[in-house]
Design a protein around this ligand. Sequence first.
Ligand SMILES: *Cc1c(COP(=O)(O)O)cnc(C)c1O
Length: 377
Amino acid sequence: MAAPRLEIDLDKIYHNAHALVSRLAERGISVTGVTKAALGSVEIANTLLQAGVISLGDSRIENIKAMRLATENPLINNAMFLLIRSPMLSQIAQVIQYADISCNTEVEVIKKLSDEAHKQGRTHQILLMVELGDLREGILPENLIDTVRKVLSLPNILLKGIGTNLACRSGVAPDATNMAVLSELAELIETTFDLTLDIVSGGNSANIQWALNDTQTDTGRVNNLRLGEAILLGCEPLQRQAIDGLYTDAFTLVTEVIESKSKPSQPTGTIEQSAFGETTAVTDRGIVAQAILAIGIQDIDPSGLQAPAGIEVLGASSDHLIIEPAENELLVGDEVCFQLNYSALVRAMTSPFVSKTYTSRQDTPLTYSFNKNGLQP
Ligand SMILES: *Cc1c(COP(=O)(O)O)cnc(C)c1O
């Protein structure tokens, strides 16, 4: 089989997505399945929808377009697509054409969305993102009411709700305090303008502990989370702990050995910068076994790979991953498997040099849909 390849177990992804959809439904929270790490994979999108996510979210309009167009699958064709990164002015027409909702923070952008939606004869829904401390995207809370007033005056734009995103730039944890602020802001908008916000989107996979761990937590007005990593890798991103009952090995990276030799553990000669600028100090351990795998920094984040027991990653360049094998000697042509963290996964999924193979034992998984009373088969 082709190498390198990502082996993707759709049953495990289905299990993870379904478990999170059910557990969060008990708290009145729906799930938007985030596909940005999956490069618009129709197989993964389909699996998430089968498992009961209410919409698909992606940061790239190109991925949303690919999912919209690549398939005859009615589940995907009729899915609600949320653009989770603020639209670029240069992509407004595509955003209106392919996304149902977009996350926004700039009135200038929303005005352009309004003009374009009018031109295309559509209504575009928006979530206004609020800054609650992580200092990535978001309108400052004190400017929110003024922004809402401007947005409500724009034709062909529907204010669907508000949202926030934490733990991405600065690692600010979602907690009772910042989530309560989000709920209060939702209520302030509703009373000020006499309207109802359908969606209060509390965040990403980093919200899992806040939403699920303590059954006493009041989740307030938050009724949606946008989940990628928690579903795909079964772990929460604050401490990178596995989530109870979820699979952490839905993805396996398979690589192929192209050289296997015994070499000195220390380089010889004058040491300057390596290909990627870092200088490495290594201790002399004499002659060691060393193998090279045909994959590199352009395909994966080497620090995000988890090697099988006994195998150690020694270094990497663009196209080579150098490992020290365990006791058993590796032969040229042998395959070595790795588990991946989020950053290694994103790069592997988006590298055209890594082929993707999907497995699923479940022919037709049950279809669930989310409503206010929880999960309905
Ligand atoms: C990436 C992203 C998500 C999903 O993040 P995960 O940690 O993978 O769950 C949600 N919302 C926004 C705005 C994002 O950029």
